[in-house]
Design a protein around this ligand. Structure first.
Ligand code: PLP
Length: 228
């Protein structure tokens, strides 16, 4: 595992795709997903220049935050139980897994500052996936508008479990269409300028389709539980 080499490889791909599609490389940010790896490995990512770290469990976030703290910008990317909000809220800048009003209300209540949230959408419709359904998006965003500590910075999705690249691409395109619908509502608390999509296996497609945050675990920091 060579985090530096992996990061250079990913940056090269970002640059190439951005040149080809007329996007700015600065508009594609890399989140190192450290859920499968040690604190040491997460620190390595910071040392090679990654600014954003993502965790999907409160335990993982808290233990890594204790060591790394403000050296990273923290993203919570996993499904979030309402009762866990208070354990992470002071540490995270972004939550990618907002999918229901009750969770937004709890975040709003516990936060001492506005939290940048992504509404997670289950575009693929797979049962195993979290997220609201595509037809709930506009209603939820509108209902969240009065919550002063909730800022809907964008939408997040996870691609379906498939090798069918065109199916994956279709899901990412659908998220972009939903983003445009939210933007058209012109809500002051929902600028919705970001798209969080793309993981190790599909981030290149995601960038082609407009991702602004890609969430990469295995291909960047590896998987100490048996993967790379
Ligand atoms: C684990 C995870 C990732 C990263 O997955 P890799 O395939 O290892 O890159 C990204 N997003 C979410 C929500 C995850 O849970």
């Amino acid at each position: 595992m060579n985090v530096q080499g992996n990061y250079q490889e990913i940056r090269k791909k970002i640059t190439a795709i951005c040149e080809r599609t007329g996007r700015n490389t600065e508009d594609v940010k890399v989140i190192a997903v450290t859920k499968y790896v040690s604190i040491e490995r997460a620190k390595e990512a910071i040392d090679v220049g990654v600014q954003h770290l993502g965790e999907n469990r409160d335990e993982g976030l808290n233990s890594k935050y204790q060591e790394i703290g403000e050296k990273a910008i923290w993203h919570f990317i996993g499904s979030l139980q309402t009762r866990k909000v208070k354990t992470i809220i002071d540490k995270v800048e972004y939550i990618h897994s907002l999918d229901r009003l009750s969770l937004a209300q709890e975040i709003n209540k516990r936060a001492s500052r506005p939290i940048k949230c992504f509404l997670q959408v289950n575009v693929s419709g797979e049962e195993s996936k979290h997220g609201c359904s595509p037809d709930e998006v506009e209603g939820l965003v509108t209902e969240m508008e009065p919550l002063s500590n909730i800022e809907i910075v964008g939408l997040m999705t996870m691609a379906p479990f498939t090798d069918n690249k065109e199916h994956i691409r279709t899901c990412f395109k659908q998220l972009k269409v939903l983003q445009q619908k939210v933007q058209a509502l012109q809500l002051s608390k929902a600028p919705c300028q970001e798209l969080s999509m793309g993981m190790s296996n599909d981030y290149e497609i995601a960038i082609e389709e407009g991702a602004t945050f890609i969430r990469i675990g295995t291909s960047l920091v590896g998987n100490e539980n048996g993967g790379v």
